[in-house]
Ligand binder design. Structure first.
Ligand SMILES: *Cc1c(COP(=O)(O)O)cnc(C)c1O
Length: 394
């Protein structure tokens, strides 16, 4: 067994991050587990081959390397078991395909990661699974949308880009009453800042690409489930054929060791920059649930134990030329998708363009920031210079 402490003798999260998914003394004392590259796995006898009587059967189906990461992620989430796949989106699609079938209805938050929406509309729809999008702030009101064939409620908290905080306990309460499963994309809080299974979630999805890996160099995802759901997830994983490469799994395991200290810093710097932006005359609204002035702060305080480095702001209305002058002048904030790496990022977004259950009424441009591990003072200077350029542009 790779995991030294399956009976929970260590339970503090910082210890789990360091100790889970590795066993140096079964590995000649080397601190990190070896990386198994492999498709073929040999069987010693015809009898064992025909009976498939062996721990590992074929590379796609799992290796000691994927087991190590899956065990570590399971320990951190407090679920029963996990499967690691080749991207965060792959984790979402594997989870959905494993648990829904033609004729089912699912409820998906309007604030969900946009490619999740595109998968529901473009792929699940083809197979007769109907999706209804709901207002992320609906809470217990979701009961009015539940139908006899509603199989699953998909949540994401906070919402992608717009950062709405969902009332997960209220939604779980409705789901329990009607026998629906609740899935959550908990990439933003990670298992460190939101205890998905403790809050009644059945299926927790993580884009490991973000904070688990933490260095903007790997795509990976995971699905963690309860004991009851494990056989179906395992079957779905085997049928779909999604697997992550061994070197990527290794880098995710390595990222995990420092995720706690990185997140602590992302949280501290993120809150500091968000507060600083809140005081700027150019900023209309800061959407960061850890700020007492921000929407959803009460839910964040009740249910979460920390915040990552990703948040959004709405600027006061400015022209596109002014906005682009701001963005183009930034030197420390890169512009690009994804987040969770060590570097700071910014992207403009327009949720009104594709949401269907809610309306985005803010007039000014919206920006999503990821606060990396740089000096907060340097980041403030960079933003300040950007605002100067914004004001100077015509
Ligand atoms: C990035 C992201 C994903 C998808 O992860 P990939 O590894 O990029 O496929 C899923 N959910 C959320 C909330 C994300 O931010």
């Amino acid at each position: 067994m790779v995991n030294k402490n399956p009976n929970g003798e260590f339970s503090e999260v910082d210890t789990l991050l360091v100790s889970s998914g590795r066993d140096p003394h079964s590995n000649f004392g080397f601190v990190n587990p070896p990386v198994y590259h492999g498709s073929t796995v040999l069987f010693p006898t015809a009898e064992k081959l025909i009976a498939r009587d062996q721990t590992y059967l074929y590379g796609r189906r799992g290796t000691p390397t994927s087991d190590a990461l899956e065990q570590a992620l399971t320990r951190l989430h407090g679920g029963f078991a996990s499967k690691v796949v080749s991207s965060g989106l792959g984790a979402i699609t594997t989870a959905l395909l494993s648990f829904v079938e033609g004729g089912d209805h699912i409820l998906v938050s309007d604030s969900v990661y946009r490619p999740t929406r595109m998968f529901c509309n473009g792929m699940l729809g083809k197979f007769g699974v109907e999706t209804t999008y709901y207002d992320p702030l609906i809470g217990a009101g979701i009961e009015a949308l539940v139908r006899p064939n509603t199989k699953l409620i998909f949540t994401e908290c906070p919402g992608s880009q717009t950062m709405e905080m969902q009332d997960i306990p209220a939604i779980v309460g409705v789901a329990r009453k009607h026998g629906c499963l609740v899935a959550m994309d908990n990439t933003w809080p990670t298992p460190l800042f939101f205890d998905a299974f403790g809050h009644g979630i059945d299926i927790a999805v993580q884009a490991g690409t973000k904070y688990v890996v933490g260095h903007s160099d790997v795509m990976i995802g995971s699905v963690t489930v309860t004991e009851e759901l494990w056989p179906k997830l395992h079957e779905g994983f085997d049928l779909i054929g999604q697997c992550a490469g061994p070197d990527d799994i290794y880098l995710a395991l390595r990222g995990l060791r420092t995720m706690g200290v990185r997140l602590e810093r992302h949280m501290k710097s993120g809150i500091e920059i968000a507060q600083w932006l809140d005081d700027r005359p150019e900023v209309d609204l800061v959407l960061h649930p850890a700020l007492p002035s921000a929407p959803g702060h009460d839910i964040w305080k009740r249910d979460f134990t920390g915040a990552s480095g990703l948040f959004s702001v709405v600027l006061k209305p400015v022209s596109q030329a002014n906005l682009y002058a701001f963005l183009n002048s930034l030197e420390l904030f890169g512009m690009g998708y994804s987040w969770g790496g060590y570097e700071s990022l910014v992207v403009p977004f327009k949720p009104g363009a594709y949401r269907s259950a809610t309306t985005w009424t803010h007039e000014g441009p919206a920006l999503r920031f990821h606060i990396g591990l740089e000096s907060v003072e340097d980041l403030k200077r960079d933003l300040e210079a950007g605002f100067e350029q914004m004001a100077a542009a015509r």
